[in-house]
Ligand binder design. Structure first.
Ligand code: 13P
Ligand code: G3H
Ligand code: ZN
Ligand code: ZN
Length: 313
């Protein structure tokens, strides 16, 4: 069923588990996300970036909405990193049930101003809103506290931001970063900061940049002819811990990009005569499904959608 972000994230926050928010760009990615959620009885968020809106537009949004509507687990369609009021409202017009307004690179006051405008309009239409405060980007473990404070989310500022905007869920900078290169060794996650913000704020918190970049996948990427450097993601244990203290929405894009490319590379390499698209995109969908299944296990969302309804006809 298609629901709002709040419908999924408020129970997650209360139940101390995380829900994966996976980026989609085509039918196979969307199927991998929602069909895996259905199989594991997990709520899930499917998100489209502005790039995905440009690439797939209403066609892609309709694929998500259709599969979500027929699913028996809660699914939300979310705009990832909306950059303006117009972009957020356009997504709502397209049928999105959750939107992000990301004005985190502006001043605090401007971020408040932009977020508030979106919240007012979205709430009038029953749609929930995510905003962001702080600067995303990896942190080295040895960096002194003062330096961390410069870009990681300040707990007091987060409280003031939520008070002034009435936003539904908040993305915080805690050490995660976008992409396949999140640092050297195990990326440092500021768990104490999550705990503090989680104590001060009752709303669901959002972790961007949460791909795990599993070594098995990067190795298969290399083995099938791909080129990738010292790719590192967020450790499962760090995400599990974060979800106990308020992180309820966990954003994952890079892992599905890697998984789909690995699936395609392996089949093209193993079967040079193959040109049936179903035999090429199908295996990619399988590799993505395994990654999604693993992530849902780590976050603790498996089974949280309740038992499957009994089919009567
Ligand atoms: O935060 C993300 C989308 O908003 C995706 O993060 P990853 O690059 O770690 O997958
Ligand atoms: O956080 C950003 C997501 O990974 C989406 O990336 P994109 O804008 O290339 O679609
Ligand atoms: Zn951002
Ligand atoms: Zn992001």
């Amino acid at each position: 069923m298609l629901v709002t972000g709040n419908d999924i994230l408020i129970p997650a926050r209360e139940g101390k588990y995380g829900v994966g928010a996976f980026n989609t760009n085509n039918m196979e990615i969307t199927q991998a996300i929602i069909h895996t959620a259905e199989r594991l009885r997990s709520p899930v968020i499917v998100q489209m970036s502005e790039g995905a809106v440009k690439y797939g537009g209403q066609d892609l949004a309709n694929i998500v909405i259709d599969i979500a509507t027929r699913a028996t687990v809660p699914v939300a369609l979310h705009l990832d990193h909306g950059s303006s009021y117009a972009s957020a409202l356009n997504a709502i017009k397209m049928g999105f049930t959750s939107v992000m307004i990301d004005a985190s690179h502006h001043s605090f006051q401007e971020n408040v101003h932009e977020t508030r405008r979106v919240v007012e309009a979205a709430h009038a239409m029953g749609i929930s809103v995510e905003a962001e405060i702080g600067r995303l980007g990896g942190v080295e473990e040895h960096v002194v506290v003062d330096e961390k404070d410069a870009f990681l989310t300040d707990p007091e500022e987060a409280v003031a931001f939520v008070d002034q905007t009435n936003v539904d869920y908040l993305a915080i900078a805690i050490g995660t970063s976008h992409g396949a290169y999140k640092g050297k060794g195990r990326p440092y996650i500021d768990q104490a900061r999550i705990v503090r913000i989680g104590e001060l704020l009752g709303i669901p918190l959002v972790a961007h940049g949460s791909s795990g970049v599993p070594a098995e996948i990067t190795q298969r990427f290399r083995d099938s002819g791909g080129e990738i450097g010292e790719a590192v993601g967020i450790a499962d244990e760090d995400l599990r811990e974060a979800c106990k203290h308020g992180i309820a929405k966990v954003n994952v894009d890079t892992d599905l990009r890697l998984a789909s490319t690995v699936g395609i590379r392996e089949i093209l390499q193993a079967s040079p005569k193959e040109f049936d698209p179903r035999k090429i995109f199908g295996p990619a969908r399988e590799v993505m499904s395994k990654i999604i299944e693993h992530k849902m296990g780590v976050l603790g969302s498996v089974g949280k959608a309740g038992p499957a309804p009994v089919q009567v006809r």
